[in-house]
Design a protein around this ligand. Structure first.
Ligand code: GLU
Length: 295
């Protein structure tokens, strides 16, 4: 199977309605994919029922549609892909690269929460499964915007949970399996996930999967330079008024506001945006919002 030259994705977790931060990742990843004449997919990361909010999947997809950001292939749902995660896990277990772990959070408190060897005080009926991270596992990758990023995964993260003790798949395993299985060549997402990338690279190597290119978009700051407060960051975007939000996000992405002046409707705005987008204008560090976020 030959890979397309560029296939990107937006992969929201349905833990609530889409907010400005997630829309920045959605619009940013869409623009970069279009600029590369590539495909852009949507994947619903609904593998964490305890954190899932009822109706959030539908609301997120409706918001994306109102903003004209529509997946080029049918939307995939992680909740329907258990068999893929199970077979990856079986492979790691069979190869001795993963192991059952009975340690609880309390057991690991004395190790600062970092698992290097089992210190379980008691056996669990359903242990977690972890990736064995060898001593000296230093991972480096080149982020297209942030530059070279390195992490000592053994010391800073420890053995990575793949299957949680509550029976849920860990985000790290599902995202790595899906990005490879869907032929994702470029991952564009928010900088809040940059710390996860080294462990995803390690997991790709353990599974013999390709490592996609990564670009982590800057986080949004409020007008006074503070990280968008939880309450602000969590404000759902208004699907009834996509145009002002798209203009605002465009400005946040460092792009020339005038390029969208003539756009009256969403499809037209997206067309102008795709044509005018200049990736060199993306700012690397946290972004100060140009003005109060659209209410
Ligand atoms: N599902 C993750 C989130 O909503 C994002 C996953 C990713 O882009 O890798 O934070």
């Amino acid at each position: 199977m030959s890979l397309p030259p560029y296939r990107g994705r937006f992969a929201p977790s349905p833990s609530g309605p889409l907010h400005l931060g997630s829309m920045l990742a959605a619009f940013g990843s869409w623009l970069i994919a279009r600029h590369a004449h590539g495909q852009w997919l949507v994947r619903v990361e609904d593998i964490d029922p305890p954190r899932e909010v009822a109706g959030a999947v539908e609301s997120q997809l409706a918001t994306l549609a109102a903003f004209g950001l529509v997946s080029d292939l049918p939307v995939q749902y992680q909740s329907r892909r258990h068999a893929l995660y199970q077979s990856a896990l079986n492979r790691l277990l069979a190869e001795g690269k993963a192991f059952a772990c009975h340690c609880s959070r309390a057991d690991l408190a004395s190790q600062h929460g970092i698992h290097r060897h089992c210190v379980a005080s008691q056996q669990r009926a359903h242990p977690a499964i972890r990736l064995r991270v060898a001593d000296g596992s230093h991972v480096r990758f080149d982020d297209a915007l942030q530059g070279t990023v390195g992490q000592d995964v053994d010391r800073e993260v420890g053995d990575v949970v793949l299957l949680r003790a509550d029976g849920c798949w860990a985000y790290q395993l599902a995202v790595v399996v899906d990005d490879a299985e869907q032929g994702i060549t470029h991952v564009v997402r928010g900088a809040d996930l940059i710390d996860s990338t080294p462990r995803q690279v390690l997991l790709q190597q353990a599974l013999g999967l390709p490592t996609p290119a990564y670009l982590h978009l800057p986080l949004l700051l409020d007008t006074s330079g503070q990280k968008l407060s939880k309450s602000q960051a969590a404000v759902p975007v208004d699907s009834a008024r996509p145009i002002p939000v798209l203009r605002w996000l465009w400005h946040c992405l460092g792009q020339d506001p005038a390029a969208l002046d003539a756009a009256g409707q969403v499809p037209e705005l997206l067309q102008y945006a795709a044509a005018a987008f200049n990736p060199h204008k993306l700012q690397k560090s946290a972004l100060r919002a140009p003005e109060a976020p659209p209410a």
